[in-house]
Design a protein around this ligand. Structure first.
Ligand code: IMP
Length: 438
């Protein structure tokens, strides 16, 4: 399951729903830049790293090898689950995931400040610097954190190097490696019981024909290779990232589910063709409670962009979509959908990979009528007002992909499952001959 836009598509709720049919949920990339809010029976869970599958007592949850782990935040999440009476006995952490260290967080914030008006708008959680060290082969992995003596040697070496950058480049105070060692070894003790060889564990589940859900964080347009570079995150949220980040071969993945909001949001800097500045943007933000779980930043809001949708279908090989936050559009008289772009006077149906061209895109809209009725209590497609159903059909047609799930509110029951994307027949029912079937 992947995000089909710029992240924050409501993946937490969809993972939570699909986890019901999954024996195992694997998070395969990203770190504590992600944030999931899941509401179950009036209890709100805010999770950054732990898959929301943890809320089902039988579901095994893995934080995979392609993730970067800030142990301090992970332990806060474990404490939160304890407080709310949720067991974390089924949580497993890959020993080859990389560890976010204090200098990564400091360097992330310092690099952003030095970029001035070229800033990326990162979450400031040290994600880019942790992945940079991984690529540069100077990162510290969970397996290293578990090995006390060699961890001490590594930290002393890394902190000495990073202190040069902190002091000389950014004019910041140096870190004391011994303090870092004491802090992190305490985390190590707490996390040790959860640490495993995750690729092996997943392959054993595959052999037993278990249902496994690979959960992407962020979204397609934030992908390091395929997103709106440089305004992206430092990992691969696209479906292909699941193989690398979980340590599995592509042949074991049966289907790919994309999650998209019924409109679009983006946090951080970078071009956003369908962004709305006026009253409708404010309405989407207010009704959709568009504030980040991780940073509390207000999200930029705009109309649904089907060019991005088609791109997400292509890059991820999507089998179906879950459309979330449909209820946010309930009060609108009319709704616009971006069907193509105009770039320098020419119509363009496909997402331009040239960042400068993307920044010049002017959306070509098609306007459809709103439904002006609450959809929050709809539980089947047949409960939806005609205009709402037409809107969904229109989106499915524009992207040539079936819609399997429609979400109309934060809680588990505010959902229409058109077809169970895990157990249901592949590519049946929902989108045939160019239309959404009922
Ligand atoms: P970083 O991942 O903190 O390096 O941030 C890079 C870009 O990705 C910024 O535009 C962030 O706002 C964005 N970003 C990172 N994580 C998320 C997320 O979970 N949801 C939405 N945007 C995110």
């Amino acid at each position: 399951m992947i995000g089909a836009q710029w992240g924050d598509e409501g993946k937490g709720k969809i993972t939570d729903l699909l986890s019901n049919s999954a024996d195992m949920v694997v998070r395969y990339q990203g770190g504590v830049n992600a944030g999931h809010t899941v509401v179950v029976k009036d209890q709100t869970f805010k999770l950054h790293l732990i898959p929301s599958g943890i809320l089902y007592p039988e579901t095994e949850c893995i934080i995979g090898s392609g993730t970067v782990i800030d142990p301090k935040v992970l332990i806060q999440e474990l404490d939160q689950l304890d407080r709310l009476g949720v067991s974390s006995k089924n949580l497993m952490i890959s020993e080859t995931a990389h560890v976010t260290m204090p200098y990564h967080r400091i360097l992330d914030v310092a690099a952003e400040a030095s970029r001035g008006d070229q800033k990326i708008g990162t979450t400031g959680r040290g994600i880019g610097p942790t992945y940079a060290d991984k690529s540069e082969r100077s990162g510290i992995r969970i397996v290293d954190l578990m090995d006390t003596e060699s961890f001490k040697v590594q930290v002393r070496y890394c902190v000495a190097n990073k202190n040069v950058i902190l002091e000389k480049l950014y004019n910041l105070p140096p870190l004391d490696p011994e303090e870092v060692i004491v802090e992190y070894l305490a985390y190590a003790d707490r996390l040790r019981p959860h640490v495993i060889d995750s690729s092996l564990k997943i392959s054993q589940a595959v052999q037993k024909k278990r249902n496994i859900l690979f959960e992407g964080a962020q979204g397609t347009l934030l992908d390091l290779d395929h997103g709106t570079y440089p305004y992206v995150t430092s990992s691969n949220p696209v479906s292909g990232g699941a193989c690398v980040g979980a340590g599995v071969g592509p042949t074991i993945i049966d289907r790919v589910i994309g999650v998209a909001k019924a409109y679009t949001t983006r946090v951080g800097e970078g071009p956003f063709p369908t962004e709305l500045d006026g009253d409708i943007g404010t309405l989407l933000c207010d009704r959709g409670a568009e504030f980040g779980t991780t940073t509390g930043r207000q999200r930029r809001c705009g109309w649904f962009d089907a060019v991005i949708g088609r791109y997400a279908v292509r890059i991820n090989g999507l089998d179906c979509l879950a459309i979330t936050k449909m209820d946010v559009l309930d009060t609108l008289d009319e709704i616009k959908v971006c069907v193509a772009y105009e770039i320098d006077g020419k119509r363009c149906n496909d997402f331009p990979t040239n960042a400068k061209a993307f920044a010049r895109c002017v959306p070509i809209y098609q306007t459809v009528p709103g439904w002006k009725t609450s959809t929050e209590d709809c539980r089947a497609l047949s409960d939806l007002p005609k205009q709402a159903l037409d809107y969904l059909k229109f989106l499915a047609e524009l992207m040539a992909v079936p819609i399997a799930i429609v979400s109309l509110g934060a809680s588990r029951d505010q959902t229409i499952i058109v077809e169970d994307p895990i157990h249901g027949p592949k590519r049946a029912l929902l989108y045939e001959n160019g239309g959404l079937q009922q």
